[in-house]
Design a protein around this ligand. Sequence first.
Ligand SMILES: C[S@@+](CC[C@H](N)C(=O)[O-])C[C@H]1O[C@@H](n2cnc3c(N)ncnc32)[C@H](O)[C@@H]1O
Length: 234
Amino acid sequence: MRERRHELLCLTTPLGGAPRLPSRGATMSNEEAYAGGLLNRALDPATQPPEIRAFLQAEIELLRDLTASGMRVIDLGCGTGRHLALLRDRLALGVGVDYQHVYLVEAHARAGSHPLHFVTGDATAVPIASKFDLAICMTNTWGTMSDKAGVLREMRRLAPGPDRRLLSVYAAASVPARCEWYRRLGHGVVEVADEFILTEGGFRSEHFSEARLRDLVGACVVRPLAEIAYVVTF
Ligand SMILES: C[S@@+](CC[C@H](N)C(=O)[O-])C[C@H]1O[C@@H](n2cnc3c(N)ncnc32)[C@H](O)[C@@H]1O
């Protein structure tokens, strides 16, 4: 009984929903993979093949170009808050949302006295009514989320202006570099399909064609980024 209670206390509770129980013996979900610290290992440059490093750098340059002084930015699936931290000197407000509370503790520490705030919650049900100049979902975070339409709906609600929403996602050309990266992270690849990579750790990460992005997002501008990715503005 005590063990059971402890297990329940360790579960993440999505806002407004029931705790998600990792089923015993089942494949690990993305949420469990992130809870195991996958992101911190992935952000260690020593684990990153050169194509991945170039993509991460291109994202940083893109964000620097797109943000102006005084902007309000919300980052869905912000992880440890590195993109908001990068922009912190110019933002009037930065809000990061992630369902892994432990990442947000790190993000909060990194923010110092800057106007950055972090909310533990699901990107499909963000408990914020304010509006932002820009909503971002970077580094293929959207490609690891199951309810993609729900995330787009929240991005449109939070940043209602035209072209104020930004996704950065992998193209199919990223597959060899990602397979190598995941292998280095201890998640050997068990399946490469037209639309996703599945690892033996149960981590599932999608990649996209331009046509599929237009199909999923609707009216949008799709541009290549660093040869292995796309940036989508909608
Ligand atoms: C690929 S990582 C990227 C993190 C961060 N954007 C970065 O580039 O460093 C994806 C992040 O999204 C979070 N995440 C995935 N699905 C989520 C959801 N439905 N709601 C909130 N956070 C989610 C994970 O916990 C993880 O921190």
